[in-house]
Write a protein that binds this ligand. Structure first.
Ligand code: PNS
Length: 175
């Protein structure tokens, strides 16, 4: 029987528990799932491509049919290169729908044989986004439970002023 390969494209800056929830769901229904990080020259991301790739590889290591890759250009062209017949996208609140519908229709026009498959994350992640997580950490907000611990620490190292200060003090004390 034909193997169904799906891509899960996105920025993942940073990966959240919502992304991981979707990856787990996707890994159950597709034979192979490629988490594909967009190299986007228009955006200046918080985490480099290498950092995002390594985090996602660590976080998805337990799923044997999931791999992580980086791409640029059109997502449909990348999907064709990896022989994917489906594209997985998460849909949260109603506000996602308009944008996702437009993108799915454009992608269908560009490559009619690629199906966009929408999945909903678990309820507790319905309003979670990488953008809000970055904003909360910048203001020293508690993001426990919203991102994996590994991501939480990387975020705090980069953005949380209180965390940076505490670490600097404890390092200085050790000297
Ligand atoms: O996680 P994001 O930022 O919502 O992901 C958006 C993404 C990467 C799926 C979308 O921006 C994308 O596919 N960009 C690549 C260019 C492309 O193919 N655009 C859609 C048709 S013009």
């Amino acid at each position: 029987m034909k193997k169904v390969i799906a891509i899960y494209p996105g920025s993942f800056d940073p990966p959240t528990n919502g992304h991981l929830d979707l990856i787990e769901r996707g890994s159950k229904i597709f034979d192979e799932l490629v988490v594909a990080i967009l190299r986007n020259p228009e955006k200046s991301p918080l985490f480099s491509l290498g950092e995002r790739r390594r985090m996602l590889e660590d976080l998805t290591a337990e799923f044997k049919n999931v791999r992580v890759d980086v791409f640029d250009g059109l997502t449909v062209d990348y999907a064709a290169r990896v022989k994917a017949s489906a594209m997985l996208r998460g849909i949260r609140a109603l506000s996602d729908y308009e944008y996702e519908l437009q993108m799915a229709m454009m992608n269908r026009r560009l490559r009619p044989d690629l199906e966009t498959v929408f999945m909903m994350p678990a309820e507790q992640y319905a309003y979670l986004s990488s953008r809000l997580v970055r904003a909360a950490v910048r203001l020293a907000g508690d993001i426990s439970g919203l991102v994996p611990e590994l991501v939480k620490h990387r975020l705090q190292e980069k953005l949380d002023p209180a965390y940076k200060l505490a670490n600097r003090t404890s390092k200085a004390e050790k000297k």
